[in-house]
Design a protein around this ligand. Structure first.
Ligand code: HPA
Length: 272
């Protein structure tokens, strides 16, 4: 049987043979936010299906490829489309790209997502800097034997989102006159949206936004010693705060704010 280490190595070698090298940032682009990958210069696009041991994404609005090249002059490896636990992937699959980002030499990952706003001060279309997260998925990608070569048994999550990156991200927002929100991202497994009662709970326990991704990738990034910056696009108000929820609205909102999102991400990458 191929071990996880061997799978990571096979995928990494494959990407290196495609010309991927000296990458600084791994980028995970969430639902409707994949267009940032189209702005990568001198781009090499590699479909997930070609990469050994890479899962293939199924959700609408996700292209399913890695894009390597420069964004704001910095070498990035961007995921257009990510893997969700609710799709039926194991958490090892969901977080496999993060392991590959580490193996290929990234020092940081930038995670983005579409999220429901729980904080009453949020409006659909807001961008939210993720200051911390609550893992409410009921699972953890690090459950199982720990390979000490990949990280510690008990990973420290005290600064899951890098403090210096938070400072820089705030400064960039000010310089762009962007009313950046910030808050705690609470991760659910999905695929159902939350109930109004669950959203009341989220607010009581300190969550500002909810979503179905990000939490496993950020846990593995911390385990691997990668620095993390996270940005949510608040696509809707969470259950009970508006009439109904649907995926079409999520996509519509990301489309509406995509130019702001792209500009903000590019300027932030430049400044990190
Ligand atoms: N809940 C969970 N995930 C989401 C939401 C939501 O309201 N909006 C976008 N992704």
């Amino acid at each position: 049987m191929t071990t996880l280490q061997e799978k990571i190595q096979l995928a990494t070698t494959f990407l290196q043979n495609k010309g991927v090298k000296d990458v600084e940032f791994g980028l995970i682009l969430g639902s409707g936010l994949g267009e940032l990958g189209d702005e990568v210069e001198d781009a090499i696009a590699i479909p997930y299906a070609e990469i050994p041991h890479f899962p293939v994404s199924t959700v609408e609005g996700h292209a399913g490829q890695l894009v390597y090249g420069k964004l704001s002059g910095r070498p990035v490896l961007a995921m257009q489309g990510r893997f969700h636990y609710y799709e039926g992937y194991s958490l090892e699959d969901v977080t496999f790209p993060v392991r590959v980002m580490k193996a290929i030499g990234c020092h940081s990952v930038i995670v983005t997502n579409a999220a429901g706003g729980v904080n009453e001060a949020f409006t659909p279309g807001d961008l939210m800097l993720i200051t911390d997260q609550i893992n409410y998925t009921g699972v953890n990608p690090l459950i199982g034997p720990n390979d000490a070569a990949m990280g510690p048994r008990f990973a420290d999550m005290s600064h899951a989102y890098d403090l210096d990156y938070l400072t820089t991200a705030r400064e960039v927002a000010v310089s762009l006159n962007l009313a950046l929100k910030e808050g705690v991202y609470m991760g659910f497994s999905g695929p159902t949206y939350e109930t109004p009662a669950e959203i009341k709970m989220v607010r009581l326990v300190g969550g500002d936004a909810v979503g179905m991704s990000t939490v496993p990738e950020v846990i593995v990034a911390n385990h691997a010693g990668l620095k993390v910056l996270g940005i949510s696009c608040i696509t809707n108000l969470a259950a009970g705060m508006q009439a109904n929820l649907n995926h079409a609205e999520v996509v519509e909102t990301t489309q509406r704010v995509k130019e702001t999102f792209k500009t903000y991400l590019k300027e932030t990458i430049k400044a990190l």
